[in-house]
Design a protein around this ligand. Structure first.
Ligand code: SAH
Ligand code: DHB
Ligand code: MG
Length: 222
């Protein structure tokens, strides 16, 4: 099984099932033109997020890690007309690119991009007494993943869904001796989730246009 074959199968699925429109195409083009790293979810992964949020009936979505807003567009399109998505982004430059991409997608009324370290923005959301979110997509600095899951729980309701991206990273998640903060953070996140009485979860490995990786899916119980 070669990476070339994973890419070919992803292209086959995407051609058939995941038509990209102008807003998505120009979000990628504008992100590339601005020099953003090419680490957005793949189109078929974006559509998976979209379908998960739709299935959840989400009216309030919290994303941690906006980049150029590519995953944000897929998630935002799962919202009803009066739905809300808050996306947290450290970089003001990334946020500017994302806001323009979201406006082109007609989602500027529904999406708020907040700039700053996500841990600060999460504390601010709590201090504001924000209503619970139905769906969370955690996709920022992996070192903070245990904290992001704890925050998602705090800002959730029973039945909320939490998706964490990039939990496999070529299999490096297995390296218990790693000192890479991203791996340490991801492994700690798995411990937090596995031990938490209010979470039921699974994780799956994925291959495709973004290499060998995976995602964690958790549901907040009563
Ligand atoms: N969800 C996006 C990809 C996000 S890439 C997509 O799939 O389209 C990860 C993003 O997290 C980057 O834009 C990076 O700037 C941001 N980030 C890194 N550390 C952060 C932090 N502490 N707080 C908020 N965002 C952070
Ligand atoms: C990286 C981050 C991501 O969110 C991703 O999907 C792929 C790679 C990274 O930091 O390298
Ligand atoms: Mg990611």
């Amino acid at each position: 099984m070669s990476e070339q074959q994973w890419n070919a199968v992803d292209a086959y699925f995407t051609d058939l099932l995941v038509p990209e429109d102008d807003a998505l195409r120009s979000a990628v083009a504008a992100s590339d033109a601005a020099g953003l790293p090419q680490i957005a979810v793949a189109p078929n992964q974006g559509k998976l997020l979209h379908l998960l949020a739709l299935t959840q009936g989400a009216t309030r979505i919290l994303e941690i890690g906006t980049l150029g807003g590519y995953s944000t567009i897929w998630l935002g399109r799962a919202l009803p007309a009066d739905g809300q998505l808050v996306s947290l982004e450290y970089s003001a430059e990334h946020a500017d690119v994302a806001r323009a991409n979201l406006a082109r997608a007609g989602l500027d009324k529904n999406v708020e991009v907040r700039v700053g370290p996500a841990l600060d923005s999460l504390a601010a959301l709590e201090a504001e007494g924000t209503a619970p979110f139905d769906f969370f997509f955690v996709d920022a600095d992996k070192a903070n993943n245990p904290h992001y899951v704890e925050w998602a729980l705090k800002l959730s309701r029973p039945g909320s869904v939490i998706v964490v991206d990039n939990v496999v990273r070529g299999g490096s998640v297995l390296d218990a001796t790693s000192e890479d903060p991203a791996i340490v953070g991801t492994r700690r996140m798995f411990e937090v989730v596995s031990e938490h009485p209010r979470l039921t979860a699974t994780a799956v490995q994925t291959v495709g246009a973004r290499g060998y990786d995976g995602l964690l899916l958790a549901r907040v119980t009563g």
